[in-house]
Design a protein around this ligand. Sequence first.
Ligand code: VG1
Ligand code: CO
Length: 538
Amino acid sequence: MDVVSKPITPFDGQKPGTSGLRKKTRVFMEPGYLEAFVQSTFDAIGGCAGKTFVVGGDGRYFNAEAIQTILRMAAANGAARCIVGQNGLLSTPAASNLIRKREANGGLILSASHNPGGIDEDFGIKYNIANGGPAPESVTAKIFENTKGISGYKTLGTPDIDLSAIGETEVGTMTVEVVDPVTEYAALMEELFDFDAIRALLAGGFSVKFDAMHAVTGPYATAILEGTLGAPAGTVLNGIPLVDFGKGHPDPNPIWAKPLVDLVMSEDGPDFAAASDGDGDRNMILGKGIYVTPSDSLAVLAANAHLAPGYARGLAGVARSMPTSRAADRVAEKAGINAFETPTGWKFFGNLLDAGKATLCGEESAGTGSDHVREKDGLWAVLLWLNVLASRKMSVQDVLMDHWRTYGRDYYSRHDYEAVDTAVAEAIMADLQSLSTGTMPEGIEKIDSFSYTDPVDGSVSENQGMRVFFEGGARAVMRLSGTGTEGATIRLYLEQYTPPDGDLTIDTQEALAPLVAAIDKLTDLKTRTGRDAPDVMT
Ligand code: VG1
Ligand code: CO
């Protein structure tokens, strides 16, 4: 085997964000760009010698080429084995599961998640560690350091490897094992949920639609929902993964999955509908005539998870990212279990899950998951909801109403201002930061910058978003996105609590309008960004 060492000069800006390195696809296609990041990653983990990695992605444009590059580099760097999804496909949760099941040393996941795909859209890569979860900041910081001083990478001069057939091939001294992307994941789901109960629910005429948004969950949802669980053909919409996701944003929210939302809001819509994102780790839950906010979904699942066999033992705790509403905390408090508040990004949940401190985790950005893997998991959330509905024999709307009548309702919405001039966005954040000291403006109790100390390893993550606490309990959070590829995205998260005996059926945007006005007064957001409305409201 001839290992080739190629010289290279560093690229600027290879700093992993909330979830790996995300850039325009054409940037990743620049000669040496991907190689520089991958070699920096291998060097950051002490090399590849004798190691096993899981490699796969969401099938977007450049996925197939990038996987070939990574396999050649892993072999040249001395890896023993790479386990790859057939045709290079693996959803993020399925990759996490494979890393754990096969006791791999880590994994490389190729995805820009909910961002659109195509030569003029986005691409991404992230490294996951042996627990199956995203590399923690200590590792991503090392990778970034390496990218600044990299001078070369190792590869092989071998031709492309055929990833279309299941089985093993040798590449130099490394074995490439091509596996079915769905099998192991589907088996895990069957362990966790009462498939008989869900099957009976579906057989009884309860109708479901799942929108895979032309992304990676198509094959998983088709096999599990239409295959094992017997839902009628056509339950899964847009089920064939396309390199450009049919030119849409594979982002399961009311804006980008509007056709599905329109369907459940219509007279003859299904009883339950859901969608997932590009790499299969996000979920949107809908019931006939109703959208469940991700924050409420986490709270409802926390209150009902024990109805599924995999969680019958009860939960050790619930963790949520800071901008996620406090609805889950109310469930934890009543149940007398741990509640954690972490910075945005799944990597912060890993330690809590590993230490057995939390069982369920969630983010307002449509991410929900548990200790079954170390990533958020879109289809898992869908199946848990179906298990709960099968067990409680109630509609989504009734489950939600019952939840609010018990715990109260946290009216919640996120407003995104996308592709804002970076300097403007940073100035807005800086001004909010300076308001945090000194006398508070009228109606505001406290403004602070969120900082997190990991209760397991003591690591500290600062500047994780500005929080504004209003008198009377409302909260607004503002932070800049760490996954965008164009300018800055300002995320404004708004929440207002109403107790069980209050008005639980106000329109969300109406309920939050006073809060929006108060934040605009505080930050002058609309004038400074030059926008009269957010680009996305979830
Ligand atoms: C966004 C979400 C965050 C999520 C991250 C990755 O990050 O807010 O909650 O963990 O995307 O999700 P940011 O920094 O843009 O706000 V995914 O589905 O891209 O893996
Ligand atoms: Co995703």
